[in-house]
Design a protein around this ligand. Structure first.
Ligand code: 13P
Length: 251
């Protein structure tokens, strides 16, 4: 099984109104002219913009994704959005288990695992987020936390090429702080081992993204670390220019 190309994904979080669709169009055009080389580029805008963004991206290699999905395909869940709805709106990916959802919406590994299954059942690829808090890293528990989250959040029956893991240390998100290259290589190597434990012989095809304060200034260094197959970018993905500078690493 061959490994998918690197993935540079933008998570807009709760940012963006229709004006922001210009940024999607700019990224679309930059990707079309080879600005990300061999990498796959993905934008996960708020759900309110998905259909309009999909119309702009028709026929473009720029992919779109959701930021979360419900574990059920439909039903009485006011305010929630299901994986089939995201697919119908033009998404091909969905982020699940982001730390902002694990912390702010009390999502357990079991919930994340069910959401991952729902995403796969709907024909989406899932980006499953893991990562330790600052106290957990200080206590020397970073690897154990990520290992537990992977074991609990990834369904064994999932096809490894349709899952990407995003390692996002909680303390690096939006803080301007990043782990050292040694820490990143250690964590990504550890995650790779865990993936081989889930899928013996096939854990090498799953992409492992780094996320947390990825900026144009540090992207080349972060993306060149061993077992880093791309990035999940928050703040810097809101600007097409900054986002394409990051994706441009793969040109
Ligand atoms: P920042 O790039 O803004 O630190 O956010 C990272 C993130 O949470 C992406 O999902």
């Amino acid at each position: 099984m061959t490994k998918a190309p690197p993935l540079v994904a933008g998570n807009w979080k709760m940012n963006g109104t229709r004006d922001s669709l210009w940024e999607v169009a700019r990224v679309r055009d930059a990707v079309a002219s080879g600005g990300a080389g061999r990498a796959e580029v993905l934008i996960c805008p708020p759900a309110t913009l998905l259909m309009a963004a999909a119309a702009l991206c028709e026929g473009s290699p720029l992919k779109l994704g959701g930021q979360d999905c419900h574990a059920e395909p439909s039903g009485a869940f006011t305010g929630d959005i299901s994986a089939p709805m995201l697919k119908d709106a033009g998404a091909s990916y969905v982020i699940v288990g982001h730390s902002e959802r694990r912390a702010g919406h009390q999502e357990s590994d079991e919930t994340v695992r069910r959401k991952t299954m729902a995403a796969l059942d709907a024909g989406l690829c899932a980006i499953v987020c893991v990562g330790e808090t600052a106290p957990e890293r200080k206590a020397g528990e970073a690897l154990a936390v990520a290992g537990r989250q992977i074991a609990g959040s990834i369904p064994k029956s999932a096809p490894p090429q349709r899952i990407a893991i995003a390692y996002e240390p909680v303390w690096a998100i939006g803080s301007g702080l990043t782990p050292g290259l040694k820490e990143i290589a250690e964590m990504h190597g550890f995650i790779r081992e865990k993936l081989f434990a889930v899928w013996p012989g096939q854990g090498g095809v799953t992409r492992i993204l780094y996320g947390g304060s990825v900026k144009p200034e540090n992207a080349a260094e972060l993306l060149s670390a061993k077992n880093v197959d791309g990035a999940l970018v928050g703040g810097a993905s809101l600007s097409a220019e900054a986002f394409m500078k990051i994706a441009g690493f793969y040109r």
